[in-house]
Write a protein that binds this ligand. Structure first.
Ligand code: SF4
Ligand code: SF4
Length: 472
């Protein structure tokens, strides 16, 4: 039976509740009176429940869909302004004992190159990432207790934080590794990680078990309850995500919101981020064999509705998506994007030889970080390399409380400008620098509090003189 307070996966993601929500959504998809009420409620910026959100997702009325997009855009502006936080993935190892049928790292794939970065190689990769201007990484690894035990992950995190090259520094390491024990989550917390990210892939238990036929990941409950264990281990920033294309998107959408409601109900804090990957081509993986692919329009609608339904949760999009799709969803609610990503194990320091192919999926957006930063600014966004909250201890409910009070705006905007200034000084091309300097000058005026504005302007001057790492 559905119970969002339960710690059992099959109760907080109750299959019958998902089906009932979808049936309710179908019954009401043309009920314009209800849809107007829901949009009115969403305008209060307190979010919507999975059942309410499912009605909006089912609605096909073009005028109402436009209202959803407009509202998502407005909420995005109100909570996130025009800032976009930048990050890069770093694949540590593609050894994996699981049998996930949508991922080329599955155990039975014998022709993909298996690699695991040594600590020396991590230094090289991270130095290359620092030389692009990155400050925030998401580390990724397959599940393999022999090749990638927790000790390897912890050592790698320590290595990453210790690397200083010119003015470079990785200031926040987010971690995307397999579901693990409370004890291991505690160790990750002690290692100073930012967000723990784990994609559910699909919430549909039956499909989940078919898509994960072998290996520890086959255990649906263990995987789905991972965020509860992470929180028990002291990690209060967790990132959810489903792999769109595996199951019916409406099912995933409702269940994803149920998961967010569960975390909020049990731990008092919802997910820090939601990622929205779509299945992509990769070595021995053809996305067309999965029947549930979604088109760009549906994808945009999902992004807009996530923004409306969980306004305080950051939304992440990767280089899986093309420039055009990224441009569209940035407006609708995405707050974090990766740039210049390599999805192979290694590849930042020097491109991987073609015959070695260790990529997890094909990258659609292949631009350099400098190009992505310039593109964002030309679209009117402020690329931000900010990592301040985590380093100031503003995580979990402290972060959410600040966010809900609207106060976070007084930190994000000046932090974005200061970290962009660092990027321009240390890594940008002349053209990017020119656009960025003009942007910073104009955007400084948009810091509402006079005192903060003056301090930010002073810090920016000091960055010009060579001092780094200011933050509010
Ligand atoms: S999705 Fe993760 S767990 Fe599954 S095969 Fe790929 S790396 Fe391994
Ligand atoms: S101040 Fe906090 S919420 Fe704002 S961009 Fe920086 S890290 Fe993110």
């Amino acid at each position: 039976m559905y119970n969002k307070y339960s710690l059992k996966a099959e109760e907080f993601i109750d299959h019958e509740e998902v089906l009932a929500s979808l049936a309710y959504a179908d019954e009401n998809r043309d009920n314009l009176e209800l849809i107007d009420q829901l949009l009115e409620k969403a305008r209060l910026r307190k979010g919507l429940s999975h059942r309410e959100a499912s009605v909006l997702l089912a609605c096909q009325n073009p005028d109402k869909i436009q209202e959803m997009y407009d509202l998502a855009e407005q909420i995005k502006k109100d909570f996130y302004g025009n800032r976009i936080v930048m990050f890069a993935p770093l694949y540590l190892s593609n050894y994996c004992v699981n049998g996930c049928v949508y991922c080329p790292y599955h155990l039975k794939n014998k022709h993909i190159a298996r690699k695991k970065l040594t600590q020396e190689e991590i230094v090289r990769e991270v130095t290359a990432l620092q030389d692009m201007g990155h400050k925030r990484l998401a580390i990724e690894s397959g599940e393999d207790p022999v090749h990638n035990p927790i000790e390897y992950i912890l050592e790698s995190i320590q290595t990453i934080y210790s690397i200083r090259h010119k003015n470079g520094a990785i200031r926040r390491v987010n971690v995307n590794i397999a579901a693990t024990t409370v004890e291991n989550y505690r160790k990750l917390k002690e290692a100073g990680i930012g967000t723990y990210i784990l994609f559910q892939e699909t919430y549909h238990k039956e499909s989940y078990e078919k898509l994960h036929p072998t290996g520890p990941k086959h255990n649906y409950a263990y995987h789905t309850e991972a965020m509860d264990r992470a929180m028990e281990g002291g990690i209060d920033d967790v990132g959810l995500g489903v792999l769109f294309g595996l199951e019916l998107y409406r099912y995933e959408f409702a269940a994803l919101l149920m998961h967010a409601e569960h975390l909020e109900a049990v731990h008092g804090v919802g997910p820090h981020t939601i990622s929205v990957p779509r299945i992509k081509h990769a070595d021995d993986i053809d996305p067309n064999v999965f029947d549930n692919g979604i088109d760009d329009e549906t994808f945009a609608k999902i992004c807009a509705l996530i923004r409306i339904c969980v306004p305080y949760t950051g939304m992440i999009i990767s280089t899986r998506e093309s420039k055009a799709v990224r441009e569209k969803v940035l407006r609708l609610g995405v707050s974090q994007i990766s740039g210049a990503s390599r999805t192979s194990v290694g590849g930042y320091y020097e491109p991987e030889p073609e015959e070695e192919c260790s990529e997890q999926f094909d990258v659609s957006d292949k631009r350099t970080l400098d190009e992505v930063v310039r593109w964002l600014m030309e679209l009117g966004y402020i690329p931000s390399f900010c990592t301040a909250c985590y380093r100031e201890g503003r995580t979990g409910d402290r972060f959410m409380a600040l966010c809900k009070s609207g106060q976070i705006q007084n930190c994000c905007h000046p932090n974005a400008l200061m970290t962009l200034k660092e990027f321009l000084m240390d890594y940008a091309s002349e053209e990017t620098k020119k656009i960025g300097e003009a942007l910073i000058e104009a955007e400084l005026k948009n810091i509402p509090r006079e005192k903060t504005r003056l301090i930010a302007a002073d810090h920016i001057k000091k960055i010009e003189e060579g001092i780094r790492d200011f933050r509010f």
